[in-house]
Write a protein that binds this ligand. Structure first.
Ligand code: AHR
Length: 504
């Protein structure tokens, strides 16, 4: 195999890495909340019923921000149902997943969990079955110290200090026909603008995310973004993107090259947002929030309409992830970092059990899926400034994207700590030597070479074998005169942490 070649330079700065890129998502769906993060009576539960084993794994994952409470769930949700005395909360039919919502866990329980997990909340309002008034009241309940009806209700519920939530989603996937109360782009753009306006009257300091398309294959993609932004540009700070990658929907090479699709999607949304900016003659640039992304075996999913109404917390979309899925997740994170100048929020969907890095058994253990590892290592090591990389690599043929480079990579430079971290993947089925040219950094050395790969690309972790797949530490390659060669095994993800001597 011909080698791949990579060079980078401290001058190739893209942007500082925003910690919000390493977000996750907790939806009232299946077992994400119930028996996922919350299970009163579990041996590891604290006095509030929060699973401390899952809290510990969440912190280890390096999650910075968590979106809540949905997802499709939010579009039929009454946030008041999940507040006040637990014994008085209603049991309701959840319209999104056709399950029974007990409301035993709600807003204040989530904020307690978020504090213990050390994550920033990203709160979504219901713009499906509800509207401007309820969205503004929710901001009042959360962010006003006291002296008004909603703020005093929070105090009565035992939360004296405001939650002070900064980041808010104006609904969820409002373009999708499956969404409860879905809207046209015009209807949604007006509603998002009006709701955002009212929410900002309650708290002018909040940041607002408008719904972009549910995915790039939606027939209204790009036209939706353009119309929504033309109507709501001045009210919003972010536009959302959602994209899931199904290993069984495309040929294996296309799946391994999923980051090519994500790169194109992000570029197209940036172009659309900037078109509207030019048209409206505004100075502000809209930032991007990829607030749902992951690998999802979606073709195995049974639509809620095709299932009878289920009881509480059924096992829904509890995908078991392979080594290949983890390499794809690592590559999607590379794509996200590459766009760090515009993409500053990311939420892997979801955190526990539902297409998740963390799995649990009711009354039993919690464990790390394969996809846990590239996320945790990227979140831990990607500190500082993203640098553009120039890469040449052998090509691999894919059914969906034509010929694409077999190796993909990004670099992150932490000037203060004197570190350069290279994140790289080999998306092909043969080993590839990667030649590094890092002469621009002086006499650096590789301190650590971590990889996720396996002889069996289909290997998974399970409750019986929770550590079947873990990252491995390889012998660090020697850098000679700023150059080194690293062999990337087939279907592998890598983090190379280099230390840079302080300038004399
Ligand atoms: O994450 C699962 C679902 O996928 C979310 O509820 C929805 O927003 C998306 O379609």
């Amino acid at each position: 195999m011909e080698p791949a070649r990579l060079t980078t330079d401290p001058a190739f700065a893209v942007a500082l890495v925003d910690r919000r890129l390493f977000g996750s998502f907790v939806e009232h769906m299946g077992r994400c909340v119930y028996t996922g993060i919350f299970e009163p009576g579990h041996p590891a539960a604290d006095a509030a019923g929060l699973r401390t084993d899952v809290l510990a794994l969440t912190r280890e994952l390096g999650v910075s921000l968590v979106r809540y409470p949905g997802g499709n769930f939010v579009s039929g949700y009454r946030w008041e149902d999940g507040t006040g005395p637990v014994g008085e909360r209603p049991r309701r039919l959840d319209l999104a997943w056709r399950t029974v919502e007990s409301n035993a866990f709600g807003l204040n329980e989530f904020m307690d969990w978020a504090g213990k997990a050390g994550v920033e909340p990203m709160m979504a309002v219901n713009l499906g079955t509800r509207g401007v008034a309820e969205a503004a009241e929710l901001v009042e309940y959360c962010n006003v110290p006291g002296g008004t009806i909603a703020a005093d209700l929070r105090r009565k519920h035992g939360v004296a200090r405001p939650h002070d939530i900064r980041l808010w989603c104006l609904g969820n996937e409002m373009d999708g026909p499956w969404q409860t109360g879905s809207l046209t782009a015009y209807e949604y753009g007006r509603l998002a603008s009006r709701a955002g306006h009212a929410m900002r009257k309650v708290d002018p300091t909040i940041e607002l995310v408008a719904c972009g398309s549910s995915n790039s294959a939606m027939p209204t993609f790009a036209a939706w973004e353009a119309t929504v932004l033309e109507l709501a540009y001045d009210q919003v700070d972010y536009l959302s993107l959602h994209q899931y990658f199904d290993p069984e929907k495309v040929d294996p090479a296309s799946f391994r090259a999923s980051a090519v699709d994500l790169d194109g999607f992000i570029d197209d949304v940036i172009a659309t947002a900037d078109h509207v900016r030019a048209k409206l003659r505004r100075g502000k640039r809209i930032k991007l929030a990829l607030d749902e992304w992951n690998v999802w075996y979606q073709s195995r999913f049974t639509e809620p309409e095709d299932r009878p109404i289920a009881e509480e917390a059924p096992r829904l979309i509890e995908d078991d992830y392979t080594v290949t899925d983890a390499v794809v997740v690592g590559n999607l994170l590379i794509s996200m970092l590459r766009h760090a100048d515009r993409l500053t929020v990311g939420c892997q969907a979801q955190l526990a059990n539902i297409i998740a890095p963390i799995r649990t058994e009711p009354g039993g253990p919690a464990w790390r899926q394969t996809i846990f590892h590239p996320f945790a290592l990227t979140a831990a090591l990607a500190r500082g400034t993203v640098l553009r990389t120039a890469i040449t690599a052998p090509l691999m043929s894919t059914g969906s994207y034509g010929d694409v480079p077999v190796v993909d990579a990004v670099a992150v430079h932490d000037e203060h700590r004197g570190e350069l971290v290279l994140f790289a993947v080999n998306r092909g089925e043969q080993a590839v030597p990667l030649e590094l040219d890092l002469r621009a950094f002086g006499g650096l050395a590789v301190a650590e070479h971590l990889t996720l790969t396996d002889q069996d690309p289909h290997a998974r972790n399970s409750v019986a074998h929770p550590a079947r797949v873990t990252p491995q530490r390889l012998a660090a390659p020697v850098i000679d005169g700023g150059r080194a060669t690293v062999l990337l095994p087939p279907v592998s993800w890598h983090a190379l942490r280099c230390t840079i001597p302080a300038a004399i």
